[in-house]
Design a protein around this ligand. Structure first.
Ligand SMILES: C[S@@+](CC[C@H](N)C(=O)[O-])C[C@H]1O[C@@H](n2cnc3c(N)ncnc32)[C@H](O)[C@@H]1O
Length: 371
């Protein structure tokens, strides 16, 4: 199944929108893929010597390395362009959605009338402060954007931006993150056949749907804190013929019964959470699993321990300039320890990279199987 599915909750870009999007994609590829690795040379040749003259000593920790780089003209130019490309990415996907907003809202209302799955929203679910206050990765309005009972914009933006962004960082398009995780499960636990599946922090439901399609006899649930994300996720799943039950709930306290799921997953969620929330999500996943059940938390392959301090600062750009308040907290987390703390025993834990089927990219997986 291709990573980016076509369905009628997507807006249709004009040739002009498509040209802008192609330009932004090329710009992001160039700035992120070609130029970012060169910043190391800029640091060695200019930023470090400049700092050393000014301060009387070499930069000796990430704070002074950051100070040295942020003061450098080439870094400043790269950083401004990279930020501008991200802002342009959002405006290029928002324009078609703004034009077709009322038609998409009508589609949502149509799907909500006779659904295969379901949607349960709740006024009582509080999003974490940082998620409410920050437009995460500069998405306009952030994850909690909610402008009325038919509003689907948060989810529509998330999916449209994600499609463009993932191409910009070189993720292949023939396998979704969920399919990659399902392939991992087949290798890790060949005897495993889930009948009840939970997708935590499901956002627009792009990862929930592949589970529902791959396991048509299983009951699939998705939770998130954003109502606008969930309305869209619900309509999108219906448009794709997938039966998913979406609920507005926190990953820390889902409200489901103990031992009620065989498989609990989260996709690209840890990097949007404080370490305390990541831990509580893993502990909640453990509580929800039946004996023999599996949880897998998949995310981007950002591991600060594999980078020297200069590259940590270069890859920490998202935290300071791209609205990613938990980027470093995720990059330095200890998933092995967190899974153990949640209740999994050492021999039933896998933490490490797992490659996409086309070898374009490796995801980071933190998995545990309950005894
Ligand atoms: C990067 S998105 C997840 C993408 C999605 N899983 C996918 O595969 O397409 C991160 C999501 O985490 C959600 N989130 C953050 N904190 C949460 C919490 N405490 N409880 C539930 N969802 C949360 C956000 O609302 C957002 O939708």
């Amino acid at each position: 199944m291709p990573r980016n599915l076509e369905h009628d909750m997507l807006a249709t870009p004009t040739p002009g929108d498509e040209a802008r999007q192609r330009f932004i994609l090329a710009m992001k590829n160039h700035l992120g893929g070609q130029l970012r690795p060169q910043l190391r040379k800029v640091y060695d040749a200019q930023a470090k010597p400049g700092y050393t003259v000014r301060a009387g000593h070499e930069p000796d920790d990430t704070a002074s390395i950051a100070e040295a780089l942020y003061d450098n003209n080439i870094y400043q130019a790269w950083s401004s362009l990279y930020r501008a490309a991200q802002e342009r990415m959002w405006s290029s996907v928002k324009a078609p959605l703004d034009r077709e907003r009322s038609a998409l809202e009508q589609n949502y209302a149509g799907y909500a009338k006779a659904p295969k799955g379901s949607l349960e929203l709740s006024d009582e679910v509080e999003a974490p402060e940082a998620i409410k206050k920050v437009d995460i990765h500069l998405q306009p309005g952030g994850y909690t954007l909610d402008e009325g009972p038919r509003d689907i914009m948060a989810g529509a933006l998330y999916e449209a931006g994600g499609r463009l962004y993932s191409q910009g960082v070189g993720v292949g398009t023939i396998e979704s993150k969920a399919e990659c995780v399902m392939r991992f499960v087949k290798e890790w636990a060949p005897d495993f056949h889930p009948t009840r599946i939970l997708d935590m922090a499901c956002s627009a439901g792009s990862s929930s749907v592949p589970y529902a399609l791959a396991f048509p006899d299983a009951e699939v649930h998705g939770i998130d804190i954003g109502a606008g994300l969930l309305r869209y996720a619900h309509a999108r799943a219906e448009a794709l013929g997938a039966k998913v039950h979406f609920h507005q709930a926190s990953v820390e306290k889902t409200g489901f019964e103990d031992q009620s799921f065989d498989l609990v997953v989260s996709h690209n969620a840890m990097h949007e959470m404080s370490v305390e929330t990541q831990q509580r999500m893993m502990t909640e996943a453990y509580r929800l699993l039946k004996p023999g059940g599996i949880c897998i938390h998949q995310d981007v392959p950002l591991r600060f321990e594999k980078l020297d301090p200069v590259m940590q600062v270069i890859h920490g750009w998202d935290q300071n300039f791209n609205g990613e308040p938990f980027w470093s907290a995720y990059g330095t987390n200890d998933c092995q320890a967190m899974l153990k703390h949640a209740g999994f025993s050492e021999e039933n834990i896998f933490v490490g990279p797992f490659e996409q089927i086309d070898q374009s990219f490796s995801w980071f997986l933190a998995a545990g199987r309950k005894e």
